[in-house]
Design a protein around this ligand. Structure first.
Ligand SMILES: [Zn+2]
Length: 382
């Protein structure tokens, strides 16, 4: 970090307005998870730390959203949000069970995007060494003129475009269980943004992409990196893949800023996915990202997927503590009462994978890593 590495200036960008709505009654993405997370962070004393600040998010302007989305699509989202009817909304991915429409959706999404812009501006200016906007990241599937996978306006694409405009080279690392396809496509032809996504293989999970062969195009050839892993991959194998690919590539790319999407739907209890990480496995990843960020000097972090509420609130509290270099206690504080059943921050790990599946998982993951080494590493002289 630019200042004292022991006490990085840490901005947490959040307001409860980011959590007080529902996408639909049955939707698996529950924004209320952010309110519970905020309560656990508060109970854990994180907002009393001298090096942690809590700046409020601002709204993104329409012009900022239109840097990365088609104006017709943006206008339709706004019209629906204001109570209008858009018969062609289906063409834009809107009105499905994944991407329901609702009054106010433009405003809550623009505030989410704005929270990430606030974070990236604080980091760009040097006012913060690291800024965490947990409302962001969950829009990582949103495309130029299409809503997808719970995503409407792609906060990460918009914020990184602004940083590239400001002359920064950005390394984007997406550890969500799903491929960060919208972010990849938003910078597919750019050599100023290196996107790396480590995820459950698209052979088994939405959105069906994220194969190693998707390496970027034009100037961006070699700057889109995908690490697809087998279902039921656990902490140790997931970390082996991260270690082999991510630090050497980030080091060779020499970014000015690290931008991380910290989805926690990799968790073994997540209801939508099949990777098998623990909260301590997740937090070890955040610790590794923190080491990279300390070398680079600037770090923007956003949230992402996460559909098991206990995993979300514990993991992102652990992440903020790691960013601020603060040691959490083992036990969840007794003063945290808004969710039942939370005892420790770390999980009791799931049973080890049965041996008969382990070979299949290992050979799948080994093949992915071999392909990344063959297709991407030479571009970076590794
Ligand atoms: Zn996800």
């Amino acid at each position: 970090m630019t200042s004292d590495r022991q006490q990085p200036k840490t901005a947490f960008v959040y307001s409860d307005e980011l959590s007080q709505y529902q996408l639909s009654a049955e939707h698996p993405l529950r924004p209320i998870r952010l309110q519970h997370m905020h309560e656990l962070m508060k109970s854990s004393g994180l907002f009393e730390l001298e090096n942690v600040s809590t700046p409020p998010p601002r709204m993104a302007t329409k012009a900022e959203i239109e840097t990365s989305h088609d104006a017709e699509y943006v206008a339709i989202v706004e019209a629906i949000s204001n109570g209008g009817i858009a018969p062609i909304m289906g063409e834009f991915g809107l009105g499905s069970s994944d991407n329901p429409v609702r009054p106010g959706m433009y405003d809550t999404t623009a505030l989410t995007v704005g929270s990430v812009l606030t974070a990236s501006e604080l980091v760009t200016s040097g006012a913060a060494d690291v800024a965490f906007a947990p409302g962001g990241g969950v829009h990582h599937h949103a495309m130029y003129r299409r809503a997808s996978g719970f995503g409407v306006f792609n906060d990460a694409v918009i914020a990184m475009k602004a940083m590239v405009e400001a002359g920064l080279r950005v390394a984007y690392i997406d550890i969500d269980c799903h491929h960060g396809d919208g972010v990849q496509m938003g910078h597919y032809e750019s050599d100023q943004v290196l996107t790396i996504s480590i995820h459950e293989s698209g052979q088994y999970l939405f959105p069906g992409t994220g194969h190693v062969q998707e390496i970027g195009s034009g100037d961006g050839t070699g700057y889109s990196v995908n690490i697809p892993l087998a279902p039921y991959t656990q902490d140790a194998a997931w970390h082996a893949a991260l270690d082999e690919v991510i630090p050497p590539l980030v080091s060779a790319f020499k970014p000015d800023v690290l931008f991380t999407q910290l989805g926690i739907d990799t968790h073994f209890q997540d209801p939508l996915t099949h990777l098998s990480l623990t909260t301590q496995g997740f937090n070890l990843a955040v610790q590794k990202l923190s080491v990279m960020a300390a070398e680079i000097g600037k770090w923007v972090a956003v949230g992402g997927g996460g559909y098991d509420l206990s995993a979300v609130v514990r993991s992102w509290t652990m992440a903020l503590a790691t960013m601020a270099n603060f040691d959490l206690p083992t036990e969840v504080p007794k003063s945290f009462t808004s969710l039942e059943g939370l005892t420790t921050f770390d999980d009791i790990p799931p049973e080890p994978t049965e041996a008969r599946y382990l070979n299949e998982i290992n050979s799948f993951n080994t093949k992915s890593l071999e392909e990344v080494r063959a297709l991407i590493f030479p571009k970076f002289g590794i």
